[in-house]
Every structure is written in structure tokens, then in C-alpha cells.
Design a protein around this ligand. Sequence first.
Ligand SMILES: [Zn+2]
Ligand SMILES: [Zn+2]
Length: 370
Amino acid sequence: MPPKRKANATASTDVAPPPAPETKVTRAKRVKIATPATLPSQANTAEMSESEAQPEPPTQLQQSELTASDAVIPTISAIHSNMKFVGPHASAAGGPFNAVSFTTKTAGQCFALFFASQRKWDRPPLTEDAIEKFKKACAANNFDKRHILPHGSYLINLGNPDQEKRSKSLAAFLEDVRLGISLYNFHPGSTVGECTPASSIALIADGMNQAIKTTPDVILVVENMAGQGNVLGGKFSELRQIIDLIKDKSRVGICLDTCHLFAAGYDIRTAEKFDAVMKNFDEVVGLKYLKAMHLNDSMNDLGSGKDRHDFIGKGKIGIEAFRFIMNDDRFNEIPMVLEVPVEPKTEIEMYQREIKLLYSLVGTVPKLNK
Ligand SMILES: [Zn+2]
Ligand SMILES: [Zn+2]
């Protein structure tokens, strides 16, 4: 097990303490920043509509050419006083272990990755060697398993009533969860218009129960969805229905995606409104199930049902929602992953900027009466 990433924080308080002095921050010294010239050419791995994202071409990272920058140090120090773990959806081009160096270059404190192509079924299984290399890279960079949030393929639909298609999904799902990870984030699924939500939910839960039996400890983290079409999981009540059917409740969790929340009609634009949404989440689902966040602004309006991510503070949600997250203890200790529409050539810089922006919100006061 990788060494625990230290948050030398004092007990939780309502108001975040000021950032710790730089001298206390050991991790910042290890942060390396890529210059634009050395950035690998990679496809966008952020979560986007199906037509936009492309499979990732394998590339090698040129670590030797990286230079350190102290531009990110103040943002790093904030985490240690605040217990917030923000990071990128890292590119795993060239192998999952590359996601680790990708993350350190962005100054991320957690990360997500795809273990296999998110849009293709024909995926060569990961070799033991690749898995071992990944685990070693995580340990060497002090990434705790609890802060690594692999994302399942978008093709997986455990809720499909078509037996053949569901078997394919289940096989891919089982393949992913056997990788010795601690969290596994996936989209609950869709009725594809062929059955009732209740029977689709029963199929999803059945697949999850099977996966849980095959592994000793992975927590299956169901993501809330934007509420589009036949897709399940846009409502808290549907997430609850899935959890209700899971036999071992210690093995199920929820990842809240802010863009999806907003698109599904949950207004999180102010601290007050976000607080009310979180209280509702606690009542309907249970706060103890919150295992991860996806931090994304939304290109579309409240209740649009459209899943189009935007940069933090640049979309229809706005910065206040993210200020709320970065200063609220309910979001402590869990991985909070950015899935913003970064450009392949500048993705590291873009993630760096977003991560820095989020940490700069720590300790700041929300604007009232927005
Ligand atoms: Zn997702
Ligand atoms: Zn997401």
C-alpha cells in the first residue's frame, strides 16, 4: 500500500485556516512543470459528449526536459490546511503509470484515468507488468489509493436489458475492477428505452453485486448523471435505489459531478443553494456514500439535461459553487477530479491553471446575495 499522503491539518473547522507557510510543504518541492514545448500530443481525456472525444494515441512523456516552477507552490500549501484533494483526469497514454507523472506536472493531489480506451470495446487487457509499474509510480509519488479514481469506459451499460450487450458490459466492468484499485467510478447506465427504470436499475445493481464478489475491496463509485434521455442516475432518488439493492453497502459510493448536478436541475450556483442540495443528498442518498467529486462548470443552463463541461467559473454554474466546495468540510479527503475541456497540446498547463484557481479559493469568503 502506498504511503499515506500527509495532510498536516488540524481538526476541521468551519473556516479554513490560512495556507501553511511554504517551508512546511514538502510535496511542492517535487512538483515538476512541463514547458509547452515538451508537452506530449495527446487526445483529450476529459469527459465530453461522445462525438468529441477521441481515443488516445500512445506517446512518451519527456520527463528529463521538465523544469520546476514555483508558480504553483502557494496553491499546494493550501491543501495541507484544508484537506482538499484536487487533480486532473490524467492522460494514461503510453500506459497507466504515465498518469502519475502527468498529475504531478499539473500539481494535482489526486487523479482519474481510463485504464482502457473509453470508447472502444477491443481493448488488450493490461499486463501484470503495466499494473505493477502503475502501482510503483503511485507509491513513489505518495498517491494514496483513496485519491485515485479510475473511470470506467463510457460504453459500459450494466442497465441494458439486451442480454448480449449487457454481458459485454459486465465483462469489461469485471476486467476493470480486478486491477487492485480501491475506487472505481462509472456511469450507472441507461434503459436504452427498452425497459423501465426500475428493471434497468435492478440489472445495474446485479452487475455491481457480481463485481463486488470478485474483488476483496474495490468500492464501486456510481456517478450522478445529467438527466439526459434514458440515462439513469440524474436524480438522487435513482442513486438511492441502486444503493438499496447492493448487498454489501461498504462497497458502494457516489461521485457527484457538478456539471451533471446542474444539468439535472440541482441549482448549486450559490453557497446557500449548494448547501440545500447537499442536505437533500444526505437525506435521500446519505453523505457517507460521497466518495468523490468531478469538478466541472457547465456550458448549458440549469436543468438542460445536457452534459457539456466547461472550465471552472467560465460556465453557467459560476465560481461560487467551487468556492463553496473548496471551503466545506463535507468535501474533505475525497478525490475531486477536473474534467474540463482541455486542449491536447496544452492540457497540462490548463489543468495546472484550473487546479491553482481552485486552491486559491480556499479560505476566501463567499459572495452573498448573488
Ligand atoms: Zn463520468
Ligand atoms: Zn464526470
